[in-house]
Ligand binder design. Structure first.
Ligand SMILES: Cc1ncc(COP(=O)(O)O)c(C=O)c1O
Length: 387
């Protein structure tokens, strides 16, 4: 492992930062771009901004994201303001075929990947079906097989679950969906930048991922993918000047949506260019190397935690292809105050998160064994002091 990867990030070296599943520090490249863009806007408005380059810059950014996701073409890429916006633009923009009246999701989802379907189903007379996780915290394909039918319009899942890090097999899930003529829409905010992601190989229909977690970009940014064949059918509910094919024309006129996935992008934000700086760094390193490092970090962490009698790992970790950058642990003694432990770790400049009654640890590929060792030693010392 290259121990210098941490130098690519603006992260405070006095922190043991293990909370990338919440917010990631920026790469230096994204940070510098952000400062430059903010300074230019703050001091000179449009002066440094060449609108004639907007299209070209957008295309270049889309190209970098297409390489990152292994999309067929840059026309399949756009930049929503958040995961939620990208998901919404797809599921409520793609027409519901006549015989279809079910949406399927899982009981592990983050509210952003559940509430919108609940409301959409209510509004359109659809049925929301929820696949439950098993005793290991996994939602295997066999569980989806019992739920997906020829009436299923959409299966909407997180690639990686926010609470326990379970990673679903998207290739098998897409195959199941397509056998039933259903769409597969993926929330990739907890996977993009952490684990391998190949939209063509998996054959998923659409994907949305906020840029501020594993992609190490600013808040208010995101990436969106829609399979080329589906773009023409897509009529996103949220449209604006930048969604139009000829966005340069500022007159009111009949709306002609962009031929590309840009039709989901109602407006334009500089901040996505900072996000793309991170993605360029990741393209250079390669996700195989990044996931290799992260996976080694996770294995080390698992081994260390397995040696502590007072804690249990509460993530499905048996199969490597179900793992991610998220690990959940619980205390065996239910009287231990999790919030207090997380607060005390924070006071010692170790950043993890309390989630659903346990501790969620989410290192990135740049973290070192020393970072994880320091977390484990500090935790052990705290547990000892409680005795
Ligand atoms: C799985 C998942 N989806 C969506 C979100 C929120 O995404 P956004 O704020 O980009 O809409 C989160 C945030 O933690 C998440 O974990």
């Amino acid at each position: 492992m290259n121990s210098n990867y941490k130098d690519l990030f603006s992260v405070d070296k006095n922190l043991i930062y293990l909370n990338h599943a919440a917010l990631s520090p920026l790469t230096r490249a994204a940070h510098e771009k952000m400062i430059d863009l903010l300074n230019k806007k703050a001091t000179a408005g449009t002066y440094h901004f060449d609108i004639s380059k907007l299209e070209e810059n957008f295309r270049k950014a889309a190209f970098d994201v297409a390489s990152f996701l292994h999309a067929k073409t840059a026309a399949e890429i756009a930049f929503p303001f958040s995961t939620a916006v990208g998901l919404l633009q797809f599921f409520s923009g793609i027409p519901i075929p006549e015989n279809k009246h079910e949406i399927i999701t899982t009981d592990l989802e983050f509210p952003t990947n559940y509430f919108p379907y609940l409301e959409y189903a209510k509004k359109h007379g659809l049925k929301l079906k929820v696949v439950n996780h098993d005793e290991n915290g996994a939602v295997p394909i066999s569980a989806f097989e019992k739920m997906v039918t020829d009436n299923t319009f959409l299966v909407a899942v997180s690639h990686v679950q926010f609470s326990n890090g379970y990673r679903v097999n998207l290739k098998e899930l897409a195959q199941l969906c397509h056998e039933h003529g259903s769409f597969l829409l993926v929330d990739a905010i907890q996977s993009a930048g952490a684990v391998p992601l190949d939209v063509q190989k998996y054959d998923i229909d659409a994907l949305s991922a906020g840029g501020y977690k594993w992609l190490a970009g600013p808040l208010g940014t995101g990436i969106f993918y829609c399979k080329e064949e589906l773009i023409e059918q897509l009529q996103p509910p949220l449209i604006g000047w930048f969604s139009a094919e000829d966005w340069h024309n500022m007159n009111t006129r009949p709306f002609v949506p962009a031929k590309s996935a840009r039709r989901i992008q109602s407006s334009f934000s500089f901040h996505n260019h900072a996000l793309v700086e991170s993605i360029k760094v990741f393209n250079t390193i390669g996700i195989k190397e990044m996931w290799g490092n992260l996976n080694r970090n996770m294995s080390f962490l698992i081994d260390q935690l397995n040696n502590i009698d007072e804690v249990s790992i509460a993530s499905p970790i048996e199969k490597e292809n179900e793992r991610s950058g998220i690990l959940r642990m619980e205390f065996n003694d239910p009287t231990i105050n999790v919030s207090k432990i997380v607060k005390r770790l924070h006071e010692q400049r170790i950043v993890v998160a309390e989630r659903t009654g346990g501790i969620r640890i989410s290192p990135h590929f740049y973290n070192t064994k020393d970072d994880l060792g320091c977390f484990v030693d500090t935790l052990k010392a705290m547990l000892k002091s409680l005795k």
